[in-house]
Design a protein around this ligand. Structure first.
Ligand code: OAD
Length: 256
């Protein structure tokens, strides 16, 4: 079985990580959609770093939920598998999904990189000693006093989080990995879970992967632009629907 899974913030919502566009996404009355931009960083890098430090801290202290675990099981059981996640957290990896089966298309929140040159470093992510902290990061929990800006050790420009902001290009190498997976042809099953699917490349990958007659299953309590094209819409939380789908597939395959 050849499978593509695409996830968004809704999959981590049940681990306590706020989504972007939901009511809980607001941080200090600020809209994340306005913080995750190069313009916001140019205007107020300290504020943007505070938001990302707080998110790092929250992610470190969160645990993968049943949706992450189900996706990791599916990866083991499917003959061919790729996850494309828009999430910058490490919860898919901590649920046991190997890095080679996962593309983090919007980057990794635990990476700190230079805003000018190619320098980057990875801070300690979740599941390790919570007192460890990486470049640009205070010991947890973050406090407003811990707002010193980190500079690149190579060129002294400001360091920034290793994530993709609005209006920025996707990482070429990661896009290529998705394209390489889709090149040989369609998938038997495509699952799109916990995303508003508002970015054209997300719906394009889902539609292309299911074009050859494969199932396109949407898991989202709300309707999205992909709903009309889906063969099945599960209006349930991901941590409820995904373990059930994966169990059903494993049982059905064993019966064949
Ligand atoms: P959003 O915050 O836009 O959407 C979250 C989606 O998850 C919504 O469609 C919710 O209905 C759904 N949802 C909420 N709780 C859920 C649950 N328990 N189970 C399943 N679904 C649930 O997040 P994304 O679609 O991931 O990009 O946002 C995409 C990108 O926009 C993000 O990666 C980020 C953001 O701006 C950048 O920063 C570049």
């Amino acid at each position: 079985m050849r499978v593509l899974v695409i996830t968004g913030a809704g999959v981590s919502a049940e681990s306590g990580i706020p989504t972007f566009r939901g009511q809980d996404g607001y941080w200090r009355n600020l809209d994340p959609m306005k913080l995750a931009t190069p313009e916001a960083f140019a205007r107020d890098p300290q504020l943007v770093w505070q938001w990302y430090r707080e998110r790092r801290w929250r992610i470190r202290n969160a645990q993968p939920n049943a949706a992450h675990t189900a996706i990791a099981r599916l990866a083991q059981f499917a003959g061919e598998f790729l996850l494309v996640t828009q999430n910058v957290d490490d919860l898919h990896a901590r649920a046991g999904l190997p890095k080679e089966k996962m593309v983090q298309i919007h980057g990794n929140i635990f990476v700190t990189r230079c805003s000018r040159c190619s320098w980057s470093a990875e801070a300690c992510s979740g599941g390790r000693n919570h007192d460890d902290h990486g470049p640009g990061e205070p010991p947890t929990p973050p406090r407003s006093a811990d707002d010193a800006l980190v500079r690149c050790p190579k060129c002294n420009a400001l360091a920034r989080p290793g994530v993709v902001w609005f209006g920025e290009q996707l990482p070429w190498h990661e896009v290529q990995r998705v394209e390489d997976y889709l090149a040989p042809g369609g998938c038997d099953a495509v699952i799109v879970a916990g995303t508003t699917a508002l970015f054209g490349y997300i719906s394009d990958w889902a539609l292309r992967a299911s074009r050859g007659g494969g199932q396109l299953i949407e898991v989202n309590p709300e309707e999205t632009p992909l709903s009309a094209f889906s063969t099945q819409c599960l209006r349930e939380p991901a941590a409820t629907a995904l373990p059930r789908i994966v169990d059903e597939w494993i049982v059905a395959t064993a019966d064949q």
